[in-house]
Design a protein around this ligand. Structure first.
Ligand code: HEM
Length: 397
């Protein structure tokens, strides 16, 4: 056991190459103490098996993360009573209310519609300057926002209003604390008004069949519904937007990967799994609080202590993957943890896969000659909880 306290995110965060700190910690095989930006001291686990255990074991609680005095990772305090902040059996009850809407077969029905959205956004790319259009702003960000807005029943025209609030909710700048709190209040008010309007519409019989309507018909209280809807709105777009941008940048960084997929489009679903494993998305870990003393990664985590599980590190663990730092677009099997594990496994997993597969499929077909307009290593990263490139200027070829 080591007494060193490292500050997280590490100095080698926010870059394309794998973190040497992760590699070192995985070899030391121990849970280490880290200090979060919010000043909390928590354990961090980095090996595949340990990460999986912390994500899935009920002795590590998500509900306790929102209790008074619980360790905090970033600036914003997670909303209580949502899927990510409840434990079974309450979590099981809540998840049961939406699992049908996100079930594989039902979400698959949206695939063609998602493809049409991608085609429309590809037209927008084609209308931009040929020598450098920002793929993140024009394609990767609008796609998941349109998808989640339509599914939830949130007006897409309001996107400029909630976009900045959502971005702030991922802030890692402690100096932005006040703005983050204001943004959370604005988001809650915005969603509160929307839910109230939906419920009023329900009473007058003017119903349209979206997810918010479905949720209005459940036993959820007004506050539960608002928190729930907000969670889906936030979870449903920043992740996919960063991943689409990161995937394309990774493929263009060594263009042989892009060319391989142009030549073998049937490989896209497998390539998406590999790109999910490979692409850095969060430089901190998923936080849990131990409900009892638990031995993990060679240490005893005491009841009440926080543990972060680094999915990014687990996905590069040589114990779980051959040549983990190589991008192998045909890799199989590929038991990556990019979408989590256990009861909190990503609710939107199938939707995310459809977005990523269709986005890549359309880009490869429409722009086989796509190139990075600037070396991707020079591009700035967004230093936030769900991180990624701030922009990706591309030439369409
Ligand atoms: C590439 C895109 C995505 C990635 C990489 C991703 C990743 C994840 C991960 C790792 C978790 C588990 C966190 C934990 O255990 O602490 C999670 C949970 C969740 N995700 Fe996603 N996600 C993506 C897209 C989406 C989309 C499109 C939605 C749409 C609604 C969504 C909704 C959720 C929700 C609601 C949870 C909480 C589930 C629970 O606690 O039961 N995600 N996601």
């Amino acid at each position: 056991m080591t007494d060193d306290v490292l500050d997280i995110p590490f100095a080698d965060a926010f870059s394309f190459d794998p973190s040497p700190t992760w590699a070192r910690l995985r070899e030391e095989a121990l849970a280490v103490r880290v200090r979060t930006l919010a000043g909390a001291r928590v354990w961090l686990v980095t090996r595949y098996d340990d990460v999986k255990l912390v994500l899935a074991d009920p002795r590590f609680s998500r509900a306790a993360v929102v209790e008074e005095g619980a360790p905090r990772v970033g600036v914003s305090r997670p909303l209580a009573g949502t899927l990510p902040t409840t434990d079974p059996p309450e979590h099981t009850r809540l998840r049961g209310l939406v699992s049908g809407a996100f079930a594989h077969r039902r979400v698959e029905r949206a695939r063609e519609w998602v493809r049409e959205l991608c085609e429309g956004l590809a037209d927008d790319l084609a209308a931009g300057p040929a020598d450098g259009v920002d793929l993140r702003r024009v394609f990767a960000l609008p796609l998941p926002i349109q998808v989640i807005c339509t599914l939830l029943g949130v007006p897409y025209d309001d996107r400029e209003r909630f976009r900045e609030w959502v971005e702030l909710s991922y802030s890692m700048e402690m100096s932005e604390r006040e703005r983050v709190e204001e943004a959370m209040t604005s988001l809650l008010e915005y969603m509160g008004a929307l839910v109230a309007a939906k419920r009023a519409g329900e009473r007058s019989g003017e119903r349209s069949a979206d997810l918010l309507d479905e949720l209005c018909a459940t036993s959820l209280t007004h506050d539960e519904l608002v928190a729930f809807a907000l969670n889906l709105l936030v979870a449903g777009h920043e992740t996919s937007a960063n991943q689409i941008t990161g995937f394309v940048a990774t493929l263009l960084r060594d263009r042989r990967h892009w060319e391989r997929l142009v030549a073998e489009p049937d490989l896209v679903p497998r390539a998406v799994e590999e790109l999910m494993r490979f692409t850095r998305l969060s430089e901190v870990g998923q936080l849990r609080v131990a409900l009892e003393d638990v031995e993990v990664a060679g240490v005893v985590v005491r009841a009440g202590e926080g543990v972060m599980a680094s999915i990014g590190s687990a996905n590069r663990d040589p114990r779980a993957f051959d040549a983990p730092d190589e991008l192998d677009l045909g890799r199989t099997p590929n038991p990556h943890l990019a979408l989590g594990a256990g009861p909190h496994f990503c609710l939107g997993a199938q939707l995310a896969r459809i977005e990523l597969q269709e986005a890549l499929g359309v880009l490869l077909r429409r722009f086989p000659g796509l190139r990075a307009a600037r070396p991707v290593e020079e591009l700035a990263w967004r230093r936030v909880l769900v991180s990624g490139l701030a922009e990706l200027p591309v030439a369409l070829g």
